[in-house]
Write a protein that binds this ligand. Structure first.
Ligand code: SAH
Ligand code: SF4
Length: 373
C-alpha cells in the first residue's frame, strides 16, 4: 500500500526558510523570491499556474510542497460592511475548532483583525475569548493564512490599490504567548515580496507579556498596542490577571524600551470602558498621571457585551468625559468606533468554537504560560 506523500506547506515560511527549502532540491534563492511573490502578492496557491517558473521546478514543487490554507466555514457581513469569517482549524484534542477573522472597511483603509491562538489562556474577566479557555497556538501558516484568505475573498488586486491595508493582531488569543509562530507571520506581512505592509500598518496587541515585549523589541518592528484597562495594579490584577505576574510599572518600562529600540512613534494603550468599574473621573486622572510625558496614546473601547458577562458598557457621556480628562491631563486619547457588533465581530466578542484544554486556569498558575512562547 502506498502512503500519501507528506507535502510541506509553503504558507508561513519566511524568505530565508523558503530559500533553504528550495535549496534542498537544488534551486537557486531567486526561485524562493518568485514563489513569495506568487503566493502573497498574487494570492496564487497552485504551482501549475505560476507560469514564470520552469516546468521542472513546478513539477518538483508539486511533488514535495503545497500551499494549504484554512477552510472557511462561514462568512457574514454586518450592516456596516464589517465581515467576519469563521475558519476551521484542526484542534489539538482531535476535534475541529473554529477561529474568527474580521475585516473592517473604512474610507481609505481596510483593517484585518486576525487571531493568533484557538482561544486564550489569559482569562481577562471582560473578554469572550478568555471565557472560552485555550486550545492551542495557531501555526504561522494559519496566522498568515487569514490574510491570504481575506485577500482572496475580498478580490485581491495585485496591480491596483490594496484592499487589506492594515493588519491588527487583535482577534482571538494572546499573540505574544505564541511568539514562535506570530513572528514569522508578521515578517511575511512586512516583507516587500510578501504583503509589503509598512511597520505602522501592522499592530500587535498584547495584554502585557513583559519578557516577550523585550524580545519583540529585538526581532520585529511593528506598532505596539497594550491592553491596559486600569490605572492601578489593584484593579488591573482583577481585570487582566497576567498583571499579577507583570505589574504596570514593569509593563510600562517594557513599552518605553520597545519604543526606544524600535524608534517607534508611540504605544497605544487599549482601555475597555466598563460601567462603574474603570470609568470614573478619578481613574481618568490617575491614568493621565501614569502616561503623561510619554509617547502614549489611549484608545478607549466601549465594552462589547457577550452572553454571561457581568459587565456593562459605560454610558457614552462617561466615555467622552474620560477622554476629555485624559486630553486635559496631557495624554492623547481617542474612542474606538464599535464595528460589526450585529454579527458579534466587535472587540472581545470573538468566540469561535473552542474546546478548553487549559488544565490550570491562569490566575492560579501563571507559570504555565511561559512554556507556550
Ligand atoms: N490578547 C490581546 C489581543 C486580543 S484582544 C490583548 O488582550 O491585547 C483585543 C482588544 O480587545 C484588547 O485590548 C482586549 O482587552 C479588548 N477586549 C477584550 N474583550 C473586550 C470586550 N468584551 N469589549 C471590548 N473590548 C474588549
Ligand atoms: Fe486573551 Fe486578550 Fe482576551 Fe485577555 S483580552 S483573555 S489576553 S484575548
Amino acid at each position: 500500500m502506498n502512503e500519501a506523500p507528506v507535502r510541506t506547506n509553503l504558507l508561513g515560511m519566511t524568505r530565508p526558510e523558503l530559500e533553504a527549502f528550495v535549496a534542498g532540491f537544488g534551486a537557486k534563492p531567486y526561485r524562493a523570491r518568485q514563489l513569495l511573490k506568487w503566493i502573497y502578492r498574487r494570492g496564487e496557491g497552485d504551482f501549475a499556474r505560476m507560469t514564470d517558473l520552469a516546468k521542472d521546478f513546478r513539477a518538483a514543487l508539486a511533488e514535495r510542497a503545497e500551499v494549504s490554507v484554512p477552510e472557511i466555514v462561514s462568512a457574514r457581513i454586518a450592516s456596516d460592511g464589517t465581515r467576519k469569517w469563521l475558519l476551521r482549524m484542526p484542534g489539538a484534542a482531535g476535534n475541529d475548532q473554529v477561529i474568527e477573522t474580521v475585516f473592517i472597511p473604512e474610507p481609505g483603509r481596510g483593517t484585518l483583525c486576525i487571531s493568533s491562538q484557538i482561544g486564550c489562556a489569559l482569562d481577562c474577566s471582560f473578554c469572550a475569548t478568555g471565557a472560552q479557555g485555550f486550545n492551542r497556538n495557531l501555526t504561522a501558516a494559519e496566522i498568515i493564512g487569514q490574510v491570504w484568505l481575506a485577500n482572496r475573498e475580498l478580490g485581491y488586486d495585485p496591480d491596483g490599490g490594496r484592499i487589506v491595508t492594515n493588519v491588527v493582531l487583535m482577534g482571538m488569543g494572546e499573540p505574544l504567548a505564541n511568539y514562535r509562530n506570530v513572528l514569522p507571520a508578521m515578517q511575511l506581512m512586512l516583507d516587500d515580496l510578501g504583503y509589503d505592509l509598512s511597520r505602522r500598518r501592522v499592530t500587535l496587541s498584547t495584554s502585557g507579556l513583559v519578557p516577550q515585549i523585550y524580545r519583540l523589541a529585538e526581532d520585529a518592528n511593528v506598532a505596539l498596542a497594550v491592553s491596559l484597562h486600569a490605572p492601578n495594579d489593584r484593579l488591573r490584577d482583577e481585570l487582566v490577571p497576567i498583571n499579577r505576574k507583570h505589574p504596570i510599572a514593569e509593563l510600562l518600562a517594557a513599552c518605553w524600551h520597545y519604543l526606544e529600540r524600535q524608534n517607534g512613534r508611540n504605544v497605544t494603550f487599549e482601555y475597555t470602558m466598563l460601567d462603574g468599574v474603570n470609568d470614573a473621573p478619578a481613574q481618568a486622572r490617575e491614568l493621565a498621571r501614569l502616561l503623561r510625558g510619554h509617547d502614549a496614546k489611549v484608545n478607549l473601547i466601549p465594552f462589547n457585551t457577550f452572553p454571561g458577562t457581568k459587565y456593562r458598557r459605560s454610558p457614552a457621556d462617561a466615555i467622552r468625559q474620560f477622554r476629555d480628562l485624559l486630553v486635559q491631563g496631557g495624554v492623547m486619547a481617542t474612542v474606538r468606533k464599535t464595528r460589526g457588533d450585529d454579527i458579534d465581530a466587535a472587540c472581545g466578542q470573538l468566540r469561535g468554537q473552542v474546546l478548553d484544554r487549559t488544565l490550570v486556569r491562569l490566575g492560579r498558575k501563571l507559570v504555565s504560560l511561559s512554556v507556550q512562547a
